[in-house]
Design a protein around this ligand. Structure first.
Ligand SMILES: *[C@@H]1O[C@H](CO)[C@@H](O)[C@H](O)[C@H]1NC(C)=O
Ligand SMILES: *[C@@H]1O[C@H](CO)[C@@H](O)[C@H](O)[C@H]1NC(C)=O
Ligand SMILES: *[C@@H]1O[C@H](CO)[C@@H](O)[C@H](O)[C@H]1NC(C)=O
Length: 232
């Protein structure tokens, strides 16, 4: 065998014993944290996981979609998951370097033919101290991302730092659960709840995205049992 002829029997024995030793699990790994399993995919929906007090009715597992405000601009809102295709489909756009340095964008394509819109967080607080997350047509904001290895949990990140949801009255008078972002330590406005947004793997959106990236996404966010899995 070619393999045997290129490595001596003693070296082979040493190699095997090294492999055996490294294969013995350390006590730590049997008691260490377990994280929810992910798959790799290019497209995902964003699902709300309420981390503190909830709204009534509950918005846990609500799905992120857009609320058009005219002229290619939109807020982002959370809606109950009523069909298999509820919620916008997103992808992480950028070169490998942009992804590595957290300069990629989170985009979603819509329209006929489809065109991209990107997530962005308003630069300044509005009068109420709230910073809306928008999905206007165009590239959105570099630095809005999905957390990746070595982070054990894959979630929407960037923006002002944290995400939360508020029941707000939209420009047309409709009441919706609006997505907003605030800095860690900043005040959570009354009537709003803290959430994380977790990527659930989805079908594609039909548009060719040459700078789309494969990301870690969860097969079924609503099915994750957080009494079993760790987050840190
Ligand atoms: C999801 O929510 C549950 C329950 O509030 C919480 O225990 C868990 O840490 C959250 N997970 C993430 C990734 O936010
Ligand atoms: C929406 O609900 C369907 C049917 O229960 C489920 O299969 C799907 O995973 C849910 N989608 C999201 C994004 O949570
Ligand atoms: C996607 O990322 C690439 C590489 O940075 C960039 O050239 C392209 O304009 C981006 N696409 C959109 C729709 O922003």
């Amino acid at each position: 065998m070619l393999y045997q002829s290129s490595i001596g029997a003693t070296a082979m024995a040493a190699l095997l014993s090294a492999l055996t030793v490294s294969a013995i699990p350390t006590p730590q790994s049997s008691t260490g944290p377990i994280y929810p399993p992910t798959e790799l995919g290019a497209n995902f929906r964003l699902v709300a996981n309420v981390t503190g007090a909830d709204l009534v009715p509950s918005i846990n597992n609500y799905v992120l979609t857009s609320y058009q405000t005219g002229g290619g601009t939109a807020y982002t809102i959370l809606v109950a998951n009523t069909t298999l295709t509820t919620g916008r489909i997103f992808y992480v756009n950028g070169t490998a370097t942009e992804v590595e340095y957290h300069e990629s964008n989170v985009l979603s394509d819509a329209g006929t033919p489809p065109f991209p819109a990107g997530l962005a967080v308003a630069a300044d607080n509005d009068a109420d101290g709230e910073r809306y997350v928008s999905l206007d047509s165009g590239p959105g904001q570099a630095g809005i991302l999905l957390t990746q290895f070595p982070d054990p949990i894959h979630e929407l990140g960037g923006g002002a730092g944290l995400f939360y949801a508020c029941q707000n009255t939209m420009p047309d008078g409709e009441v919706a659960i609006q997505l907003e972002s605030r800095a860690p330590g900043a005040f959570l406005p009354k009537g709003c709840v803290d959430i994380t947004l977790l990527p659930q793997c989805s079908e594609g959106s039909g548009r060719d995205a040459p700078f789309g990236n494969n990301v870690n996404c969860y097969p079924d966010v609503a099915g994750i049992d957080w009494t079993y899995y760790s987050t840190d």
